[in-house]
Design a protein around this ligand. Structure first.
Ligand code: SF4
Length: 301
């Protein structure tokens, strides 16, 4: 069995930056409560590691960032890499909280694009419903219209001077189809795809794979970029594609008939977890044994 770790994989610059900012915040405010408005990035291992450092992660799928702020009376609030709307920053300021902004610069860029356009027209934003990045962008103006599928597009009313843009972590394949559908309905629209470079090159690396029968994506099920890597693998025709959170989720059934195995990871997956998966699969390829009992993952920060 051949084992092929895919390059690039794992942490992007935006995630590395957000982790660094969160670590520095704990050191800078040792006597204050430090809250994270949602998961710093979508990876439960990282959230647990930050919790050990004393950061309180406020995560509730049914609450918006604005609503989550109601749970904080005082202290420091970290805005996650996914960004937040202007209303969230204003509310945090009004409550007297110290705001630490770990928004990824690529998300900021999309926000600026939207802010600059809504004075002159409407924005169709292709994104995932209930995702914090989409929430933060849609809340910038009531002229931003979120769509996730063609049915959402059909439901849109007449719009003026349309700009089509996207969430940063979408599938390059799905987004292309949806943009084409938007342009059919609004032929004069301008289009600025905002899928970030980190997402794009990780997906393109999967699309370049040849003769692979098994693909492992190491990542959290709540991570959009990890789940999209899996979808890209399936759309690319790889027969067996698995999203796993770490080496302990590997099992013999996944590998016993595999010949060429590729491994990648979402941009919020800790490097040590991905490396442990690579080591485990490599040991299985050599000895037909995972040696999972030898895996020790110490601090992932
Ligand atoms: S995936 Fe892209 S947008 Fe998200 S944090 Fe990384 S670089 Fe930023």
């Amino acid at each position: 069995m051949e084992v092929l770790p895919i390059t690039p994989r794992g942490y992007c610059a935006g995630v590395t930056r957000a982790i660094q900012i969160a670590k520095e915040t704990v050191m800078k405010y040792p006597n204050q409560k430090v809250y994270m408005l949602g998961m710093i990035v979508h990876n439960q291992h990282l959230v647990n590691a930050f919790s050990k450092l004393g950061i309180i992660c406020l995560e509730d799928q049914s609450s918006t960032r604005l609503e989550l702020l109601d749970q904080i009376a005082e202290g420091v609030v970290i805005i996650t890499a996914h960004g937040a709307s202007d209303a969230v920053f204003e509310k945090a300021k009004d409550k007297g909280l110290t705001i630490v902004d770990a928004t990824c610069p690529d998300v900021e860029k999309t926000h600026d694009l939207v802010r600059n356009h809504v004075g002159n027209g409407d924005v169709i934003y292709i994104g995932k419903k209930n995702h914090p990045e989409a929430e933060g962008t849609v809340q910038l103006s009531n002229r931003v219209h979120l769509i996730s599928k063609k049915e959402d597009l059909e439901a849109l009313p007449e719009l003026e001077n349309v700009l089509i843009t996207t969430q940063t972590t979408l599938s390059i394949l799905d987004t292309k189809d949806l943009i084409e559908a938007c342009l059919e309905k609004y032929p004069d629209a301008i289009c600025e795809t905002e899928i970030c470079n980190a997402t794009r090159i990780r997906q393109e690396a999967v699309l370049k794979l040849e003769n692979i029968d098994t693909l492992f994506v190491v990542g959290d099920p709540s991570s959009n970029n990890a789940t999209q890597l899996c979808r890209i693998g399936k759309d690319h025709g790889i027969p067996n594609t698995y999203l796993i959170q770490g080496p302990m989720e590997l099992n013999e059934d996944m590998l016993k008939n595999a010949n060429r195995v590729a491994i990648t990871s979402g941009s919020s997956t800790p490097t040590k977890l991905t490396q442990a998966v690579i080591d485990c699969i490599t040991s299985y390829a050599k000895e037909n044994d995972f040696h999972q009992e030898l895996i020790q993952i110490d601090s992932i920060l």
